[in-house]
Ligand binder design. Structure first.
Ligand code: SF4
Length: 201
């Protein structure tokens, strides 16, 4: 993958873009950029591997529905997390031509990437980039989602072997909405943070 060309393509699509060789360098950068604000994040093995909730919580208000503040339920936190200053997510697939793909079960994660925040960061490991949008969607559906279903112990056909999508009708299906960012949306500054190592699914 040509990093410089990929970065230029995201810039042409209106995104800010940054590149770091390691997750540690990217985490240090994000901790410099995000300070003294409210932050929320979509479920992400990339963000977990970077320890961002732990480090950002030390100097920001980080809302996590897994750990609701006193007086709030998990659903209260999910709603409040839709309008924090900053939102962090990864992508299930991306293209070297400058597009981002995500799949969601509940919708809060993809919804947050479209509207509600002043700044949105997509943090994307190098293995998630494909050369066409079709391949990025295929990746999201057949690589990322089965692995996530397996991780979440869902009763879905893909969770057994995490080998491919079976386009199930399970009540526990995690693939109910697909988002594509062709260009940056009007509402929020959006930055793509590319990391030069494999991270997440
Ligand atoms: S649609 Fe069903 S089978 Fe396909 S990846 Fe999603 S949960 Fe798994």
């Amino acid at each position: 993958m040509d990093i410089q060309k990929t970065m230029a393509n995201f810039e042409k699509h209106g995104f800010a873009v940054s590149y770091f060789a390691t997750k540690e360098a990217a985490a240090a950068y994000l901790n410099e950029q995000i300070d003294g604000v409210t932050v929320a994040a979509g479920g992400s093995m990339t963000i977990a591997a970077m320890g961002l909730q732990e480090s950002l919580s030390a100097h920001n208000t980080f809302l996590s529905h897994a750990n609701p503040p006193q007086g709030m339920t998990a659903d209260d936190v999910r709603r409040a997390a839709m309008t924090t200053d900053v939102y962090l997510t990864s992508a299930n697939g991306a293209t070297t031509s400058g597009e981002l793909v995500n799949i969601d079960g509940a919708g809060n994660r993809v919804g947050s990437t479209y509207f509600g925040h002043k700044k949105v960061y997509f943090i994307v490991g190098i293995q998630k980039f494909e050369d066409t949008l079709e391949k990025a969607i295929f990746r999201a559906r057949n690589i990322a989602s089965p692995k996530n279903a397996q991780r979440l112990h869902r009763k879905t056909p893909c969770a057994l072997k995490a080998d491919r999508c079976y386009d199930c009708n399970s009540p526990e299906r995690i693939c109910n909405g697909l988002s594509i960012h062709y260009r940056k949306l009007y509402s929020a500054d959006t930055e793509v943070v590319i990391i030069g190592e494999e991270l997440g699914y």
